[in-house]
Design a protein around this ligand. Structure first.
Ligand code: ZN
Length: 372
């Protein structure tokens, strides 16, 4: 879908509506503080996707395939598709947002990017920074498995080990950025501008049709919020006339977004001990954006067990020929739980990452289940 680059935008706090510039903050409201994210909004309706003028070198973009899943479709009496984000460079949907972040940093004259990450985001940033010959520093917990960092190191990222959790890494990277003037990358509003483009791809690939429901695994909530923002902007541009119903999937071992939706106040998770590691986030600061679209689309949510996800991932590979990481198989595992709500509908499952990322963890977990 065509993209128009425009200067008719503003960066606003979702709570107090205070306007910011990219230089002032790449993450949270400078007035309300941590936990109150910013959002990029457009003031004109251009008839297609709009992105800020400083992202004008974004093209060409890599698209991912939308594949029908005949076995799932027959089993659940629905038209079910997989949006294969594991096909993107470095094997995850993070590529979309990393590209917008790196380009922004370059166009606005920054000399370094810093990011707290333990996995997919760090590797995708590292690969794009390598291409642009741009310095990247990743803040990672000391306990991060070497295998997860190997590719980021290979692309030339500088690694700073932090004695603590991911939250501690986020605090240290914020301090580092304040001190050095580096560009802060992460699950923030510039990343969402890249991630939203998947909505246009889905509409094109379905022959100019909006699916009835989109099923998204959630950690921070940035991707779900961004995909729905994409559909919303297509409605604003009068390209389509509705947005899909949102279905949020989280692990039953780490589900602060679902807890928050059920209790009506934002919760944090007390533990993040799930095999679906890409969604293991204790403090989902984009909860507000997810809730907005759950409310607007009469959205639904469901929790899945690690065991059901391991089996769903194996089935997806064996019967539909798609190899994804465990977090990416969560929407497939969710189908059993939501089957009474999907009959005769068009459903898109967002498959977020590639199987090679946790293939040995999957194999070990599957052996354990089969030996029971
Ligand atoms: Zn604010």
């Amino acid at each position: 879908m065509k993209i128009i680059f425009t200067d008719n935008y503003r960066v606003q706090c979702i709570k107090c509506s205070k306007e910011h510039t990219v230089k002032q903050s790449q993450s949270f409201c400078t007035h309300c503080g941590h936990g109150f994210p910013l959002e990029l909004q457009y003031t004109g309706h251009a008839g297609t996707f709009q992105l800020p003028g400083f992202m004008q070198n974004l093209s060409p973009l890599t698209e991912s395939a939308l594949i029908p899943l005949p076995r799932c479709s027959e089993k659940y009496n629905a038209q079910i598709y997989a949006k294969c984000e594991q096909e993107l460079p470095t094997g995850s949907f993070k590529h979309r947002g990393s590209k917008t972040e790196v380009l922004t940093a370059i166009e606005l004259g920054y000399s370094e990017i810093a990011c707290a990450s333990t996995g997919n985001m760090g590797v995708s940033l590292a690969s794009i920074c390598a291409k642009k010959r741009f310095p990247l520093t990743l803040f990672v917990p000391q306990a991060t498995p070497q295998s997860k960092l190997a590719a980021a190191k290979k692309f030339g990222a500088r690694i700073k080990y932090v004695d603590g959790t991911f939250s501690q890494c986020e605090r240290e990277v914020s301090e580092y950025v304040r001190r050095t003037g580096a560009f802060l990358a992460g699950d923030y509003y510039l990343r969402a501008e890249g991630a939203k483009l998947v909505a246009g791809e889905i509409v094109s690939q379905l022959g100019h049709k909006v699916p009835d429901m989109i099923v998204v695994p959630c950690g921070v909530g940035t991707n779900a919020g961004a995909i729905m923002k994409g559909f919303d902007e297509l409605v604003d541009a009068r390209i389509v006339d509705k947005i899909p119903q949102l279905c949020v999937v989280q692990s039953d071992r780490c589900c602060p977004i679902i807890d928050s939706l059920e209790l009506g106040v934002k919760m944090t998770a007390s533990q993040t001990n799930t095999l679906c590691s890409a969604t293991a986030v204790a403090d989902p600061f984009d909860y507000v954006k997810v809730k907005k679209y759950i409310d607007r689309t009469e959205g639904i949510w469901t929790k899945v067990s690690d065991e059901s996800v391991v089996l769903a991932s194996k089935d997806l590979a064996e019967y539909e020929s798609i190899d994804c990481e465990l977090s990416g198989a969560m929407p497939v595992a969710a189908l059993d739980k939501i089957q009474d709500k999907i009959a005769n509908k068009t459903i898109v499952l967002v498959i977020t990452g590639a199987g090679y990322k946790d293939i040995y963890i999957q194999e070990e977990a599957l052996m354990k289940i089969l030996s029971k």
